[in-house]
Design a protein around this ligand. Structure first.
Ligand SMILES: *[C@@H]1O[C@H](CO)[C@@H](O)[C@H](O)[C@H]1NC(C)=O
Ligand SMILES: *[C@@H]1O[C@H](CO)[C@@H](O)[C@H](O)[C@H]1NC(C)=O
Ligand SMILES: *[C@@H]1O[C@H](CO)[C@@H](O)[C@H](O)[C@H]1NC(C)=O
Ligand SMILES: *[C@@H]1O[C@H](CO)[C@@H](O)[C@H](O)[C@H]1NC(C)=O
Length: 421
C-alpha cells in the first residue's frame, strides 16, 4: 500500500477512536429482540401469563432465539423494555424487579441468557419516571448502573420521558460515566436526540456519538406500514446529518423490526428488513417468536441481507436516486462492493420498473463491470457494465435488494467473485 494511503487510514482510525464511545461495543449494529412494540406494558400475568411482561416471556424468547436459528445469524441481545420494575426502590435506593412477575429476579434471567450464549438488556429512563410511570434514574444514575452491572446486564436502553430535553447534553453523559465506572461493558442505547428533536432542540450528534452506542431519533414504531414509512421518510429527509453521525461503535436507531407482527404485508416486511440494513441500523425484533410465520422468519434470518447490515465499514446508505415512486439507496461495503436497495414507495397498481446505470447510483467507474446478486432471490443476476443499464421491477411498497461486486478482469480469464462461493 502506498505510504500516504496508509497514513490516511491511520488518521481516519484515530479520528474514529476519539469520537466514538470507547467501550469496545457495537462495532457493528446490535441485533436482538425487545418486547415493547409487540407486548407493550402488559402486566396482567393472572389472565395472560404467556404474554405479560414477566420471566416466562423472556425465557421463552431466549429459548427460541437460541434454538430456532436466530442466534446463529447474529441476534444476540434479549431486552426488557419498560414495566419490568417494582414501583418502589428498596431500602438502599436500588431498583428491584416486580417480584410477582419476576420471582427469580433479573440476575437469574441474565444468567439464563448467558447460559444459552445470549445477552440480556434492560430499560430505564433519564428522567424522574419511565414513560409508563415507574421510577426513573434521575438522581440515581450511579446506583442504577451498578445494580445493572451486578445483575450481569449487557445492554441499557435509556429513555427520556419525564425529563427536560435541554438538560440531556449533560445528563446522558452522566449515565455514560456511571456505566463506565462499573467496569462492565454495557451497550448504551439512548433516546437523547429523539426527545430533543421533539422539543425543537437540534441534537449534537458528535456529543451523542461520544456517549452512546446507538440513538433513537424518531418516534416509536407502531405495527403499521404507515409508521414504517414515516420513519423511512424521516431518514431520507435527514440523511446528510444521519450518515455523518453513524459508524462503528455508534448507530442511528430507527426502532424495532415489526416483521412477524400484524401490520406488514410480505413485501413490506422485506422492505423493512432491507431499509434497516441499508441504514446500518440495529436489528431488534419485536415479535412473538413462538408463533411467527415461516415467511416472516425467513426474512428475519436472511443472512445475505444481515451481512449488509453488519458490514464492517459501517457506512449508512444514502438515497442516490428518486425516480417516480422508486427510490434507490446505496451503501459502500468494506470489500469494495456496494449494497443497493430499489424501494418502490408507491402503493398503486402493479410492480414499477426502473432503469438506472450503475454509474448513476454512484459506483466507481474505475471498475468496468459489476456482478449483481439479488439478496432475497439468492440469485446471481449477471455482470453489468458500469455505464450500461440495469432494469428491475419492484412490487408496490416492496424492494429489490442487490449487492454489486467488482468483476476482476485479466488477460486470461474473467472471474466473478461469486463463482468462488
Ligand atoms: C471506560 O472508559 C475508558 C476510557 O475511555 C475505556 O478505556 C474503558 O474501556 C471503558 N470501560 C468500560 C467498561 O466501558
Ligand atoms: C407487580 O405487578 C403486578 C401486576 O402484574 C401489580 O399488581 C403489583 O402491584 C406489582 N408489584 C409491585 C411490588 O410493584
Ligand atoms: C462483499 O460483501 C457483501 C456483504 O457481506 C457480500 O454480499 C458480497 O458478496 C461481498 N463481495 C465479495 C466480492 O466478496
Ligand atoms: C419490467 O422489468 C422486467 C425485468 O425486471 C421485465 O421483464 C419487464 O418486461 C419490464 N416491464 C416493462 C413494462 O417494461
Amino acid at each position: 500500500m502506498k505510504a500516504w494511503l496508509l497514513y490516511l487510514f491511520m488518521m481516519l482510525y484515530f479520528v474514529k477512536i476519539s469520537t466514538t464511545l470507547d467501550n469496545g461495543l457495537s462495532r457493528t449494529p446490535p441485533m436482538g429482540w425487545i418486547d415493547w412494540e409487540r407486548f407493550r406494558c402488559n402486566v396482567d400475568c393472572n389472565n395472560d401469563p404467556n404474554n405479560c411482561i414477566g420471566e416466562k416471556l423472556f425465557r421463552d424468547m431466549i429459548d427460541r432465539i437460541a434454538a430456532d436459528g436466530y442466534k446463529d445469524v447474529g441476534y444476540e441481545y434479549v431486552n426488557l423494555d419498560d414495566c419490568w420494575m417494582s414501583h418502589e426502590r428498596d431500602e438502599n435506593n436500588r431498583l428491584t424487579a416486580n417480584s410477582t412477575r419476576f420471582p427469580n429476579g433479573i440476575k437469574s434471567l441474565a444468567d439464563y441468557a448467558h447460559s444459552k450464549g445470549l445477552k440480556l438488556g434492560i430499560y430505564e429512563d433519564y428522567g424522574l419516571l419511565t414513560c409508563a410511570g415507574y421510577p426513573g434514574s434521575l438522581n440515581y444514575m450511579d446506583i442504577d448502573a451498578q445494580t445493572f452491572a451486578d445483575w450481569g446486564i449487557d445492554y441499557l436502553k435509556f429513555d427520556g420521558c419525564y425529563s427536560l430535553p435541554w438538560t440531556m447534553n449533560k445528563g446522558y453523559p452522566e449515565m455514560t460515566r456511571a456505566l463506565n465506572k462499573t467496569g462492565r461493558p454495557i451497550v448504551f442505547s439512548c433516546e437523547w436526540p429523539f426527545h430533543q428533536q421533539k422539543a425543537s432542540i437540534k441534537p449534537n450528534y458528535k456529543l451523542i456519538r461520544k456517549n452512546c452506542n446507538s440513538w433513537r431519533n424518531f418516534k416509536d414504531v407502531q405495527d403499521s406500514w404507515d409508521s414504517v414509512m414515516k420513519i423511512i421518510d424521516f431518514y431520507t429527509k435527514e440523511q446528510d446529518t444521519l450518515i455523518a453521525a453513524a459508524g462503528p461503535g455508534g448507530w442511528n436507531d430507527p426502532d424495532m423490526l415489526i416483521i412477524g407482527d400484524f401490520g406488514l404485508s410480505y413485501d413490506q416486511s422485506k422492505s423493512q428488513m432491507a431499509m434497516w440494513s441499508i441504514f446500518a441500523a440495529p436489528l431488534m425484533m419485536s415479535t412473538d417468536l413462538r408463533t411467527i410465520s415461516d415467511e416472516a422468519k425467513e426474512i428475519l434470518l436472511n443472512k445475505e441481507v444481515i451481512a449488509v447490515d453488519q458490514d464492517a465499514l459501517g457506512k449508512m446508505g444514502r438515497r442516490v436516486i428518486s425516480r417516480g415512486s422508486v427510490d434507490v439507496w446505496s451503501r459502500p461495503l468494506v470489500n469494495g462492493s456496494y449494497a443497493v436497495v430499489f424501494f418502490n414507495k408507491g402503493s398503486d397498481g402493479g410492480p414499477s420498473n426502473v432503469t438506472v446505470t450503475l454509474e448513476e447510483i454512484g459506483f466507481t467507474t474505475t471498475v468496468q463491470k459489476y456482478a449483481l446478486r439479488d439478496l432475497f432471490l439468492h440469485r446471481f443476476l449477471g455482470n453489468y457494465d458500469v455505464r450500461g443499464t440495469f432494469e428491475t421491477s419492484i412490487n408496490p411498497t416492496g424492494v429489490v435488494m442487490v449487492t454489486a461486486s467488482p468483476v476482476k478482469i485479466n488477460k486470461y480469464r474473467t472471474t466473478n467473485f461469486w463463482f468462488h462461493c
